[in-house]
Each structure stands twice: as structure tokens, then as C-alpha cells.
Design a protein around this ligand. Structure first.
Ligand code: FES
Length: 174
């Protein structure tokens, strides 16, 4: 190697001397941040409806319709009496009460305190939880005595061809 070749400065001796590396890095960082912001925005927008639906489900604010379940023939339920059934699954115990000739109500009957079964006491016209003396208003499922603070989930009913069906679970609003 000749002497003059050794004197070429490092700046002249490569093909990247015209690149401002700091700016390049800034552009890279800016581009990356833009990409990330775009991806985050896209994710937020695309997941919004699902997030809202999931939140609604988790908070129990939605009414759920299930395959209709026949509870009983109307003629088999006298006024003032109740019938136990399961809805929407065989693991969800429920109770239907015929309060008047034309008024039926139904609730999932796991107490909203600690899930003991709630009973209908015909003579006292009350829904009672024996575990800690909780009571619920049979007309709307709201707690009226004892430790429960939340209403019993109401089951929507439908009368069809002389029989009564459970169709939906109405969720309480927190
Ligand atoms: S479980 Fe019903 S009152 Fe406690």
C-alpha cells in the first residue's frame, strides 16, 4: 500500500459519508412509532365492539335469550303456588310463582348472598332464603331483608298454547 493511500481519511474512505446517521435513526424511530401508533389505533378500533360486548357480559348487563324451556301447563299451576325448574341449564335452579290468575314470575333461585336456594312460602307470600334470613320481593326479585344486596336474576316467561315457557334471563344492572 502506497503512502498516499494510507492518508485517505476515514470519512472519504467509505460510501456512507453522505448519510447523516443521526437523522436516519430519527426517521427509523419516527417511522417505528408511527407504525406502532397505527397498529395500536387499529387494534383499539377493531376490538372496541368486542370489548364493549365482553364488558357488558362480564358486568351482567345483557339479557340473554336461550332455547325456550317448557315449565308447565297453565292448568297445573294454581294461583299462589310455585314450581321449581332449571333454566337455562340443568345446573341453574329456578322458581316460577303464579302470583295471580294472569301474573307469573320466575327467578333463578340461588340467593345473591351466598347462593343458598330461595324458597317461596305461599302462606306468607314471601321468597325466603333460610341460610341467613334473606328475603326477596316476589314481584320483582329485589332483596327486602337480610344480607342480600342484589336482586335475583329474573327469567322472562312466555305463554304459548296453554303452557308457560322460560325464554330469557334478565340481568340486573350493577
Ligand atoms: S345465602 Fe341467602 S341470605 Fe345468605
Amino acid at each position: 500500500m502506497t503512502e498516499w493511500q494510507n492518508k485517505i481519511s476515514a470519512n472519504d474512505d467509505n460510501y456512507t459519508h453522505n448519510i447523516n446517521t443521526n437523522n436516519e435513526r430519527q426517521l427509523d424511530r419516527r417511522g417505528f412509532m408511527k407504525t406502532m401508533a397505527g397498529a395500536a389505533g387499529l387494534f383499539a378500533v377493531s376490538s372496541l365492539p368486542w370489548g364493549a360486548i365482553a364488558a357488558k357480559e362480564l358486568m351482567g348487563l345483557s339479557d340473554k335469550e336461550y332455547p325456550h324451556h317448557k315449565i308447565a301447563e297453565l292448568k297445573d299451576v294454581s294461583v299462589g303456588s310455585s314450581i321449581d325448574f332449571h333454566f337455562p341449564t340443568e345446573h341453574d335452579s329456578a322458581i316460577m310463582i303464579r302470583l295471580k290468575e294472569d301474573k307469573f314470575v320466575a327467578y333463578q333461585n340461588a340467593c345473591t348472598h351466598l347462593r343458598c336456594p330461595v324458597y317461596w312460602i305461599k302462606e306468607e307470600k314471601e321468597m325466603v332464603c333460610p341460610c341467613h334470613h334473606g328475603k326477596f320481593d316476589p314481584t320483582n326479585g329485589t332483596p327486602t331483608a337480610g344480607p342480600p344486596r342484589r336482586p335475583l336474576p329474573e327469567i322472562a316467561l312466555k305463554v304459548k298454547e296453554g303452557a308457560i315457557y322460560a325464554v330469557r334471563v334478565k340481568r340486573y344492572e350493577a
